[in-house]
Design a protein around this ligand. Structure first.
Ligand SMILES: *Cc1c(COP(=O)(O)O)cnc(C)c1O
Length: 452
């Protein structure tokens, strides 16, 4: 019998994160202050983010950053996550390809998000802060942060998009289980929220409104800072624990990936898995292919423009040089809530420009079809987000079948879908559709992007 599952012992866990910025030939362009349009220094970010996270965000010189002892200690309670060879999926597809997945769905709270929630809370605690705040859409990030805040003895306030809170009540229950305060956004507890409610009492919120409220709370409350679960470079840095483990585990399996795939919302699970492998392309001329799978309904990687744009709808964040659909882009209400984001982040955008990776678009129904096959062969119900990576992996496995290549495919299973069963129910009932975006809509939205 061949080995199916590869795990690292505590002693073998990586003790440093990998900062790809330091080894990129063309560095990501500078973040700009939203008011002055001048390049940002770490100090400019201190009022919003933990100081250490602010420094990591702009660090383009240190390739390796030590994981603090206290964070490593928490990682040890659930890492390494398994690397699994998907023999049964391969068999169902009749492909000569070898398909591996890194299973981040077995993490506390069921997704990769906790890998960054823990260090962000640790750095806040170390800085002497007492509170953290954030926004959340579907709730995976809010849930991970609520847990991490509890671990490090911080109070946690989460603004959850009001409509998501009503549609996905379980995740707010999870956040409350860890002692977090959860408010539907827009709320009456901030100026931004009050003004939105006054304008339109029936407004059911957006990520943009929730970010504005969380940033306002952080900047007006002593001892409180804002945290973010995706998009920014320090978040992806923390997620490289995924790829650094996978690198060792692939070695145990005696293979090296020809293709590395992950789904793409703001890029943290993609970068987390991909960057440690991409390092070998950058430094040693390896030819691994990197694919980021985005939803067809939110195609910033394949159809967005490279521009300076805001990270949020209200224009509170720094200006980020990135592929974007425009910060006012409203993606269709697909079930993969974590992939409904307008921009690609600065590192990935530079890598795409330099053709070191590529994006693919996956229609919603193709993602669910892939998820069903994966569930039925491997026994794990994937998150709707992760299903985009599975669909892309299946496309690659089918290509390998046509060409007869024994290609090695590695993808990230970023989370499980056990609290997304209404989405599966809709798919099984034939009620799910696909959403294409017209060129016109993209052009219209990009008109609102500031010219720098
Ligand atoms: C949040 C989330 C994503 C998307 O975020 P990235 O930063 O692009 O990784 C993907 N999958 C799951 C399960 C998530 O919770």
């Amino acid at each position: 019998m061949k080995q199916k599952r590869f795990i690292l012992s505590e002693k073998e866990l990586p003790t440093r994160w990998y900062n790809i910025q330091a080894e990129m030939k063309n560095k990501p362009m500078a973040l700009l202050h939203p008011g002055t349009k001048q390049p940002l220094k770490p100090e400019d970010l201190f009022p919003i983010f933990a100081e250490e996270c602010s420094r990591q965000e702009l660090n383009q010189t240190d390739a390796w950053i030590d994981i603090p002892e206290e964070v490593l200690d928490k990682y040890k309670s659930y890492r390494s996550t398994p690397l699994v060879r998907a023999y049964d999926l391969e068999k169902a597809l009749g492909t000569p390809a070898h398909i591996y997945f890194k299973n981040e769905s077995v993490n506390p709270l069921g997704s990769h998000k906790v890998n960054s929630a823990l260090p962000q809370c640790y750095y806040c605690k170390q800085e002497g802060l007492t509170n953290v705040t954030t926004e959340t859409g579907a709730g995976q990030w809010g849930a991970a942060l609520a847990y991490a805040a509890k671990v490090f003895g911080l109070e946690c306030a989460v603004y959850q998009v009001k409509i998501s809170m009503q549609q996905k009540p379980y995740r707010s229950m999870i956040m409350r289980t860890f002692g977090a305060t959860v408010e539907g956004s827009p709320s009456m507890s901030t100026r931004a929220g009050k003004s939105l409610i006054t304008q339109d009492p029936s407004y059911s919120g957006s990520l943009g409104s929730a970010i504005s409220e969380a940033i306002e709370l952080a900047t007006t409350t002593p001892g409180c800072k804002y945290t973010l679960g995706s998009v920014l470079s320090h978040v992806t840095l923390h997620q490289t624990i995924i790829g650094l483990e996978a690198e060792k585990q692939m070695e145990m399996a005696g293979e090296y990936p020809d293709v590395v795939i992950a789904c793409f919302g703001g890029g943290s699970n993609f970068g987390g898995l991909a960057f440690p492998f991409m390092r070998h392309n950058l430094l040693e001329g390896k030819q691994t292919q990197f694919i980021a799978a985005e939803p067809e309904s939110c195609p910033k990687l394949t159809r967005g423009e490279f521009r300076y744009d805001f990270g949020d709808e209200s224009g509170y964040t720094p200006l980020l040089p990135m592929y974007t659909l425009g910060h006012n882009f409203h993606p269709a209400n697909i079930h993969a809530g974590g992939l409904r984001y307008h921009g690609a982040g600065t590192i990935v955008s530079q890598l795409i420009k330099d053709k070191l990776m590529e994006g693919v678009d996956i229609p919603q129904t193709e993602a669910f079809k892939a998820a069903m096959l994966f569930a039925q062969t491997e026994g794990i119900i994937p998150a709707p987000e992760s299903s985009h990576a599975i669909a892309s992996a299946i496309r690659e496995a089918r290509k390998a079948k046509e060409s007869g290549e024994e290609k090695v495919i590695l993808f990230n299973l970023s989370g499980h879908g056990l609290i997304d069963m209404t989405a599966y129910d809709s798919y099984i009932n034939g009620d799910l559709g696909d959403y294409q975006v017209s060129d016109d809509e993209i052009r219209r939205n990009l008109q609102d992007v500031p010219v720098v």
